[in-house]
Design a protein around this ligand. Structure first.
Ligand code: HEM
Length: 498
């Protein structure tokens, strides 16, 4: 191993050798800007693609550049503003949030018994709710309906397809921690070596992926049977509130000239289901955790929700006014970025800009795997100050810079965007990646999160049911709690009419 920073010395670019491979680790904004934005097409997804391809095929996240370019051009127009806005107030986001609130109320009643006026007492069993798993269910319900018009209804029920989705996510996380790609070894090879558990893993994986693929294939076939070809502009002007099936799949199938194969469509849908589900759930989980551990900030968000919404459900215009709620979400994404690492592999030799704390520029050889530590970037005291680890949503309202960081312009507030982004922070804040391969669901996820969070906070006062330390943290593709976000709820007064 070489170039590892010691205590007090913070290099923002160094190399780790895990023979026979060497990895470059970076966490400097100008280097990140170089790799993700300025020289983006000199890099592909490398190890990430190796891990994700068996699940997502040639979907947008793992896709090689020639596959990715036309698909990105086809999928991005589907996330247009009238579709996003129709998902909001009376649309999908609110409907699914209402279902979640209903399920929370039911579990509240189970905990307190039907006639009790205060529904939480220390002794009663069943009174604690795991908000992390609730957020995960509501995010799955939303992504299923929005992307391929499939009603998982996972807030209310269990089903083999839902189990298969969760198994797949766990498998993806498991693979990301294994140095050897065991999934490429034929099952017979494991039997021969006596590695029974890995055989079971592989077989369960095959069954799960088949179940989900069958389900997606059926939805794609149905959509193709009722295809009505239109150009992009006409599709974007459709009345999405009135459509029976306003899903992204409908848009992709109906788009004139974007003739994707059924296989490619399935890969794209699978990718979006996985990319847009646990990430959003994690954002909601950690925002709630940060608000619960910072009661002053919780008070401000509650107040804003009351002032702007009163008892109404949020519209797009409301969300633009809800600055404190949006900044709380952004600040939680800074502290708990999903995923905490971005991965690239160099397609060609390259030279990186000088990183803060390094004496020389780093040369990158073709084939080098690069890990961009977004966690470190987002929590660097050099970039964010001594309180970098603190949850302080107001930090986004003042500028910040550090002339010692070569080439970094610093952060400038810009509340015209839904959230402070990589451009306003000159790549010190990249929660949705950056450049041509930036997340296509960032606006969707942010709007969805404001709607869900505000709906839950409109309805309930929340308290942590454990100590903050007991919540713990584990990381994989996203950052999870160790045992769930266990909370107790108390009904609030100013809630929307059913
Ligand atoms: C890419 C984060 C929600 C679809 C990415 C990337 C990040 C990210 C960091 C870049 C990955 C890289 O550069 O290697 C998040 C977070 C979300 C979220 C934090 C929620 C809070 C969503 C949603 C969708 C989605 C809701 C879809 C509905 C995608 C896709 C890509 C992507 C398709 C690949 C884009 C490309 O390579 O062209 N996301 N995402 N994401 N995300 Fe998201």
């Amino acid at each position: 191993m070489r170039h590892l920073p010691e205590d007090g010395e913070a290099e923002h670019s160094y190399k780790v050798c895990l023979l026979p491979k060497a990895f470059l680790i970076v966490s400097d904004p100008t280097v990140v800007r170089h790799i993700l934005s300025e020289n983006a097409l000199k890099y592909d997804k490398g190890i990430l693609a190796d891990i994700l391809e068996p699940i997502m095929g040639k979907g947008l996240i793992p896709a090689d550049l020639p596959t990715w370019q036309p698909r990105r051009r086809a999928v991005v127009p589907g996330f247009h503003s009238s579709w996003l806005q129709s998902m909001m107030a009376v649309g999908l986001f609110s409907r699914c949030s209402d279902r979640m609130v209903g399920a929370l109320k039911e579990s509240m009643q189970r905990g307190m018994g039907p006639m009790s006026s205060c529904w939480r007492t220390q002794e009663r069993a069943g009174e604690e709710v795991d908000l992390e798993s609730m957020y995960s269910s509501v995010a799955l319900d939303i992504i299923g309906e929005a992307v391929f018009n499939f009603k998982f209804l996972s807030v209310q029920r269990k089903s083999p397809v839902i189990d298969a989705v969760y198994n797949l996510m766990q498998e993806a996380e498991h693979r990301s921690f294994f140095l050897l790609p065991y999934w490429k070894v034929p099952v017979l090879g494991f039997r021969f070596l006596g590695l029974g558990p890995l055989v079971e893993r592989q077989q369960r994986f095959e069954q799960d992926i088949e179940l989900i693929n069958d389900c997606l294939d059926e939805l794609i076939k149905e959509a193709l049977l009722t295809r009505s070809e239109e150009d992009i502009e006409t599709l974007q002007k459709r009345d999405y509130d009135a459509l029976e099936n306003p899903s992204l799949l409908r848009f992709l199938v109906d788009m004139r000239g974007a003739d994707a194969t059924e296989r490619q469509l399935r890969d794209d849908l699978m990718t979006m289901m996985i990319a847009g589900h646990e990430t959003t759930a994690a954002l909601l989980t950690w925002t709630t955790f940060c608000l619960l551990t910072n009661p002053e900030e919780m008070k401000k968000v509650h107040q804003e929700i009351e002032d702007v919404l009163g008892g109404r459900r949020a519209t797009y215009e409301d969300i633009l006014k809800m600055e404190k709620t949006r900044l709380a979400l952004a600040e939680a994404l800074r502290l708990y970025p999903q995923p905490p690492i971005l991965i690239r592999r160099a397609l060609d030799d390259d030279v990186l800009p000088l990183a803060w704390g390094n004496e020389k520029q780093v040369k990158v050889f073709r084939g080098t795997d690069i890990f961009m530590l977004v966690w470190n970037l987002h929590r660097s005291p050099v970039l964010w100050g001594d309180d970098a680890d603190a949850f302080r949503p107001d930090r986004w309202l003042s500028s910040r810079s550090n002339p010692d960081v070569p080439g970094w312009e610093g952060y400038k507030p810009n509340m015209k965007n839904l959230y402070p982004n990589e451009v306003s922070s000159d790549f010190a804040f990249c929660p949705f990646g950056a450049g041509p391969r930036k997340c296509i669901g960032d606006q969707f996820a942010f709007l969805e999160s404001v709607v869900i969070l505000s709906r839950v906070l409109q309805e309930f006062d929340i308290q942590l049911a454990t100590s903050p330390e007991e919540v713990g943290m584990t990381t994989g593709a996203t950052i999870h709690t160790e045992k769930g976000l266990k909370v107790s709820l108390r009904a609030r007064k100013n809630v929307p009419a059913a």
